[in-house]
Write a protein that binds this ligand. Structure first.
Ligand code: ZN
Length: 185
C-alpha cells in the first residue's frame, strides 16, 4: 500500500486540464490502487488524479461501500437540480452548499479500458459531478456565491500554512492498523 500526497488549494495542478488516458497498463492499475488507499486514509468518498498531482483523466469513488474507478468519464445525462453540502480532500475543513444536477449518467471506462455507464443520484450523483469537475480544473468553491466564497477563502488563509508547498500528507492511524489486524482473528 502506498499513500500519495494530496495537493491542496493553491497547487496549480488542481486548475489544469487533464489528458485522456490511452494506455491501460499496470502503472495505471497501480495509480488507481494508490488513489484508493489515499482516499480511504483521508476518509474521503472520491479522489481525482489531479489531487495527487497526476494529470490523467481518472478518479476513484466509494459511496456506500461500492468502490469503482472512472477513467475518461463523461457526463452523458444531467437532470433536475439539488442543493447539498460539499467538502473536498484538497480544501480541508472548508464546506459549502453547491447546486448540482440531481441525477446524472456517466459514461466511462474501467481501469482495464472496458466501457461502462453508471447512474448517480443523491450522494453518488454529487460525487460523480464533483470528481469530473476536478478533471477539468474546477473546484466546488467555484459554484459558491461571491460572499460565501470570500468567507471560505478567508478561513482557508488561516489554515493553509498547515500544508507547506500546498501538499497534504495523509497517514493511516495506528488504531486503524490495529483494527484491520484484528479483523482476521
Ligand atoms: Zn474534491
Amino acid at each position: 500500500m502506498s499513500l500519495l500526497r494530496i495537493h491542496v488549494l493553491g497547487s496549480p495542478v488542481l486548475r489544469a486540464e487533464t489528458r485522456a488516458v490511452t494506455v491501460f497498463d499496470s502503472a495505471l492499475r497501480r495509480l488507481v490502487d494508490d488513489m484508493f488507499d489515499t482516499m480511504y486514509a483521508a476518509k474521503g468518498i472520491g479522489l481525482a488524479a489531479p489531487q495527487v498531482g497526476q494529470l490523467d483523466r481518472l478518479a476513484v469513488i466509494d459511496v456506500d461501500d461500492n468502490p469503482f474507478a472512472i477513467v475518461n468519464p463523461e457526463l452523458v445525462l444531467e437532470e433536475g437540480s439539488a442543493r447539498g453540502e460539499e467538502g473536498c480532500l484538497s480544501i480541508p475543513e472548508i464546506f459549502g452548499d453547491v447546486e448540482r444536477s440531481s441525477r446524472v449518467v456517466v459514461r466511462a471506462q474501467t481501469v482495464d479500458g472496458v466501457p461502462f455507464e453508471v447512474e448517480g443520484t443523491e450522494l453518488l450523483g454529487r460525487c460523480l459531478q464533483h470528481e469530473i469537475d476536478h478533471l477539468h480544473g474546477k473546484l466546488f468553491l467555484d459554484y459558491m456565491s461571491l460572499l460565501r466564497r470570500r468567507s471560505a477563502l478567508s478561513k482557508w488563509e488561516k489554515i493553509k500554512s498547515d500544508f507547506p508547498n500546498s501538499l497534504r500528507t495523509v497517514s493511516v492511524e495506528p488504531a486503524e492498523v490495529a483494527d484491520h489486524g484484528g479483523e482476521g482473528l
